[in-house]
Design a protein around this ligand. Structure first.
Ligand code: FAD
Length: 587
């Protein structure tokens, strides 16, 4: 076999080949033309023996380049394999050391898929493992262990409540998801039973609000502030705000917490409140899970009613609807205990479906009401009462007086009487219906906004019936809240310099696989148009349950709170290990 030997001779050494004369000429010419020595060398011809054994001459420049590329590629490959090897070692030693941690609960490495999905049904990050903690120290041990691995370990940690997030906020790629619902060993502890001045309940961070309702009702007590849907966890809603129709009076859920127990990003277990570790306390409330894992919370309670009178009435004019809502939330006397509202666009037969659970005050007139395709605005209010005859009579009289001040279309008043528990758990009824039709686990490209009161009419004009042309695939909820009931020291963000702002929740479900108007892509584009319209009009709104992709957007979302947010991050979670799914900081 012919050998393919290549001989390359250094240009300065005497060449054994008779053609060394060529090189001499080149040297002379190089000197003549003042070419640098290195340039000269690279331009030198070098002898190479070809397959037939004949000498050929290649440019040294070409050969050197080729050699350098080979050497460089080899070095890069070597480096990459070293890094990959090191990472693999760290990773596998990380995994094995995690596996060796003494825990009361356990780490699950196989069955991790359920923790890689959420209610939004659009984002999926596959976790490395799921921690099922049985004690707070399980959580602290895992976090402390990862903290000890240092900033170069890629492992992150995401607390997961019920995974009702919309864009992967409770997920982590190749990190540890903490299944917070496993953390319920202690019974809920209700304090201040029997007429104490400030009753409260101590609950786990993974507790569902529906369980808190059931337990506290046994003592005739209940939390003051809710979300519309109660199958959410305490840690999940306190990391956002927790807003519903009671927030105008009591503030969001984050305004009704006395104390928290938190595991920080360094694995410390800290109690915090207004008085103790107050910086952490305020930071964690509305803090999107960035500063610590809420393992326990002390929630304010009040005496619970037994029954609720629940009413709905319609408006054709948004301004009149909003004026009445604002009048009700600003009233000093407790006219109603719950105030919300929603928008109806391009829907027929809605009132007929209400009749199943609501009774029209005037059935004849109500049956003749026609919207003629116009947008409708439904005010929804509730009055709590105790189930005794006197209580009911007094309530009915008060309600009548309060309603007389409102300017709804008189034929469209509908009401219903339900237990307090039925009222609070109302969305669960819809959940069961949707689940039975396979319509619960569909994509949910929801958009939640906080709109300043001074711009809400402009928002309604630009969006309802224009950008948003249909509400048949999910409700659009609109109601105002009082900013004075929010604690500005918390991390939660609200529109600036407005006493009242509106929650506008556009809760559209997408039809899986559809490429039409009801498909996820079109709904996301529509949401984008709403945001662009608001931006162009300078409405000054804020996202609730925010989702951004750039640091610039987060900075502008937090506005004056950004510096504190960053400072707290570096203090309580310096390696940016916690809640990576929010995409604010990167480890
Ligand atoms: P997850 O989605 O699991 O977590 C949310 C975020 O909090 C994640 O970043 C997670 O890492 C972090 N987190 C979770 N637990 C902890 C913890 N213990 N400590 C620290 N961080 C933690 N919201 C309202 O305000 N008002 C409503 O009326 C309302 N109605 C809703 C109705 C439905 C049908 C749904 C699906 C959601 C609704 N929400 C409402 C939104 C809800 O508040 C959020 O989905 C929230 O994320 C709570 O869900 P979760 O408990 O499943 O938390």
């Amino acid at each position: 076999m012919a050998s393919k030997a290549i001989y390359i001779t250094h240009c300065r050494q005497p060449s054994p080949h008779p053609d060394s004369h060529n090189q001499k000429i080149l040297v002379a010419s190089a000197i003549q033309n003042r070419i640098s020595f290195s340039t000269f060398c690279f331009n030198t011809l070098l002898p190479i023996r070809n397959q037939e054994g004949h000498m050929k001459y290649l440019h040294a420049c070409f050969l050197r380049k080729r050699n350098m590329i080979i050497v460089r590629s080899f070095t890069i490959l070597l480096l990459l394999s070293c890094i990959a090897f090191k990472l693999a070692c760290c990773f596998s030693s990380g995994i094995s050391s995690l596996k060796a941690l003494p825990l009361v609960g356990h780490l699950e490495f196989e069955h991790v898929h359920p923790a890689s999905k959420d209610f939004g049904n659009r984002y999926q990050l596959l976790a490395l493992a799921v921690l099922h903690p049985k004690s707070v120290s399980d959580i602290a041990s895992v976090i402390r262990h990862i903290w000890m691995m240092g900033p170069h370990s890629q492992l992150t940690v995401a607390a997961r409540g019920r995974g009702h997030s919309l864009q992967g906020q409770a997920q982590t790629r190749h990190g540890i998801v903490i299944h917070m619902e496993s953390l319920q060993p202690q019974k809920l502890q209700v304090h201040g039973v029997g007429g104490g001045p400030t009753p409260f309940v101590d609950v786990s961070g993974g507790e569902l609000w529906i369980n808190i309702l059931h337990e506290t009702l046994k003592y005739g007590l209940a939390p003051k502030s809710w979300t519309d849907y109660l199958h959410l966890t305490v840690g999940g809603t306190l990391s956002n705000a927790g807003i519903s129709g009671q927030a105008f009076r009591h503030g969001p859920q984050i305004s009704n917490v006395h104390q928290l127990e938190v595991v920080t990003g360094k694995g410390e277990i800290l109690n915090c409140s207004e008085r103790q570790n107050s910086d952490l306390f305020h930071g964690v409330l509305g803090g999107l899970g960035q500063f610590g894992i809420i393992t326990r919370a002390r929630i304010a309670l009040e005496p619970a009613p037994t029954m609720v009178k629940w009413m709905r009435m319609l408006y054709l004019d948004f301004a009149a609807f909003a004026r009445d809502q604002e009048r009700l939330i600003s009233s000093d006397d407790d006219k109603f205990d719950y105030i919300e509202g929603f928008v109806i666009i391009n829907r027929t037969g809605l009132l007929d479906s209400w009749r199943l659970s609501f009774t029209p005050e005037d059935p004849v007139e109500a049956s003749q009401f026609k919207s003629d395709g116009r947008n409708l605005y439904c005010l929804e209010v509730a009055k709590y009462f105790k189930l005794d005859e006197d209580g009911k009579d007094v309530m009915n009289q008060e309600v009548k007086e309060s309603l007389s001040e409102l300017s709804y279309i008189s034929s469209t008043l509908f009401s219903s009487e339900v237990t307090y528990q039925e009222f609070l758990d109302r969305v669960h009824v819809s959940e069961m219906k949707l689940r039975s039709k396979g319509q619960w686990e569909v994509p949910h490209p929801w958009l939640n906004l906080l709109v300043p009161r001074s711009r809400v009419n402009e928002f309604a004009k630009g969006v309802f019936g224009n950008i948003l042309t249909d509400t048949s695939n999910g409700p659009v909820i609109v109601y105002p809240v009082n900013k004075s009931k929010w604690d500005n020291r918390s991390s939660a963000v609200t529109p600036e310099e407005e006493e009242i702002f509106y929650l506008v929740a556009i809760l559209t479900s997408a039809v899986p696989g559809s490429t039409g108007k009801d498909g996820v892509d079109q709904i996301v584009k529509r949401n984008q148009r709403i945001l662009e319209f608001s931006e162009a009009a300078g409405l000054g709104l804020k996202q609730y349950l925010p989702h951004y992709t750039t640091r610039h957007e987060w900075r502008s979302h937090f506005g004056p709170k950004w510096d504190d947010f960053v400072r707290r991050k570096s203090r309580y979670d310096p390696f940016a290990m916690l809640a990576p799914g929010q995409r604010i900081f990167e480890k």
